[in-house]
Design a protein around this ligand. Structure first.
Ligand code: FDP
Length: 342
C-alpha cells in the first residue's frame, strides 16, 4: 500500500487550536514529581471540578446560587452559597479521582478523610476565594496546594500529613474565574497558565513559563487597613507613592495576585490590630501562591521569613503576606528588618 507522511496543514482552514491541558500534562509527565501519572490525574480532577464551578459562576445571577448560605465557616465568616457549591464540587472530584487521601478546606473545620485507601496525596484548598465578590460579578478564584502524604499509604491520616511546610508542596495552583477562566499551576518546573475554551470544554495552554517582572509598580493593599498596620509598612507605602507606583486592589486574592504576577507589583496583607496574625490562610492560600511566585521568579514573605519555610501549627492558621516582584518585596523586607530579604 502506498502511504505518505503526515504534514500539518498550515493554511487558514487548518488553523491550530493549541495545546490542551491533557496533552501538556502527558508530554510533560517526566517533569512531574514522582512521574507515575497519579499527580496528572489529580490535576485533571481539579480542572474538571473547576469547569463545573466556572459554569455555576457564569450563570449565578440566574440560578439562585448567589447570597448567603446561612451558616458561618470555621473562620467565623458567613458562607456564601457558591462557597458551599465549590466545596462540594472539588471535594467530590478529588474523592472520585482516588489519588487523594485527605482534604483540608477553608470551608471545613476538620480534615476530610476521603477514605481512598490508595491515595498518596493531601490537598489543601480554598474552593472559592474572594467570597465578598461573588454576588457583584467580580473575579473570584480557587486556590490549591498538593502534598505527598508522609505516613504509609492506607494508614489513618495523621497530623504530619496535613501540617506540612509549603516547601513540601509537589504542585500548586489556582483557577481564576475572571473575564476568562484560567488554570495556573506549577509542579516545581515553572508556571504555566491554561485558558478555558468554553465551547470546546477544554483548557488550552495560553501563557507558557510565566516569569514575573523583577521590577513592578503596582501596590496592592486594602488601604482601609493601613492605620492599623505596622508604621514601617506605612513608610514603605509612602516611598512607593513617591517613586510613582500605582495602586490596584480588587479584594480577591487570586485576581490581585494574578495581575501582579503578569504585570509586576506587590500584594500586602499585613498583621493589624484587629487581625494580629493577618487574614490570609497559610495552608490553602499563602503557600500555593508563594510556591507559584517563587517558580515565576518572584518572592513571598510573612515579613520575617519565606512563606514556604513557615512551620504550620494548625489547619486554619493565618499569616501576614507580602508577595510579588523581587525589588518591591526586598524593599519592604528591608523596611521591616533593616536588611535585604534573601
Ligand atoms: P474574602 O474574605 O472575600 O474571601 O482571604 C480571603 C479574601 O477575600 C481574599 O481573597 C481577599 O484578598 C481578602 O480576603 C480581602 O480582605 P479585605 O476585605 O480585608 O480586604
Amino acid at each position: 500500500m502506498k502511504t505518505k507522511p503526515y504534514k500539518q496543514d498550515t493554511s487558514p482552514l487548518g488553523y491550530a487550536v493549541g495545546v490542551t491541558l491533557d496533552r501538556f500534562i502527558k508530554s510533560n509527565q517526566a517533569d512531574f514529581p514522582y512521574a507515575t501519572g497519579e499527580l496528572s490525574q489529580l490535576l485533571r480532577d481539579i480542572a474538571f471540578a473547576s469547569k463545573i464551578v466556572s459554569r455555576e459562576i457564569s450563570r449565578a445571577g440566574l440560578s439562585q446560587v448567589t447570597g448567603a448560605f446561612g451558616q458561618t465557616n470555621v473562620q467565623g465568616e458567613e458562607q456564601q452559597k457558591m462557597d458551599v457549591i465549590a466545596n462540594i464540587r472539588f471535594t467530590r472530584a478529588l474523592t472520585k479521582g482516588g489519588e487523594v487521601c485527605a482534604v483540608v478546606s477553608e470551608e471545613d473545620d476538620e480534615v476530610i478523610d476521603l477514605q481512598n485507601k490508595t491515595g498518596k496525596y493531601v490537598v489543601a484548598i480554598d474552593p472559592l476565594d474572594g467570597s465578598s465578590n461573588i454576588d457583584v460579578n467580580v473575579s473570584i478564584g480557587t486556590i490549591f496546594s498538593i502534598y505527598r502524604r508522609v505516613t504509609p499509604v492506607g494508614s489513618p491520616i495523621r497530623q504530619e500529613d496535613v501540617l506540612q511546610k509549603g516547601s513540601e508542596q509537589v504542585a500548586a495552583g489556582y483557577v481564576l474565574y475572571g473575564s476568562s477562566t484560567m488554570l495556573v499551576f506549577t509542579t516545581g518546573k515553572g508556571v504555566n497558565a491554561f485558558t478555558y475554551e468554553r465551547s470546546l470544554g477544554e483548557f488550552f495552554l495560553s501563557h507558557q513559563d510565566i516569569l514575573a517582572p523583577a521590577v513592578g509598580n503596582i501596590v496592592t493593599i486594602n488601604d482601609g487597613l493601613t492605620p492599623e498596620a505596622d508604621p514601617r509598612i506605612i513608610d514603605f507605602l509612602s516611598s512607593c507613592k513617591l517613586k510613582g507606583c500605582t495602586s490596584r486592589y480588587i479584594g480577591s486574592l487570586v485576581a490581585d495576585f494574578h495581575r501582579n504576577l503578569l504585570k509586576g507589583g506587590i500584594y500586602l496583607y499585613p498583621a493589624t490590630t484587629t487581625n494580629p496574625h493577618g487574614k490570609i490562610r497559610l495552608a490553602y492560600e499563602a503557600n500555593a501562591l508563594a510556591f507559584l511566585a517563587e517558580q515565576a521568579g518572584a518572592k513571598a514573605t510573612d515579613g520575617k521569613q519565606r512563606i514556604l519555610d513557615i512551620t504550620p501549627l494548625s489547619l486554619h492558621q493565618r499569616t501576614p503576606i507580602f508577595i510579588g516582584s523581587v525589588e518591591l518585596v526586598d524593599e519592604l523586607f528591608a523596611c521591616l528588618n533593616g536588611q535585604r530579604f534573601s
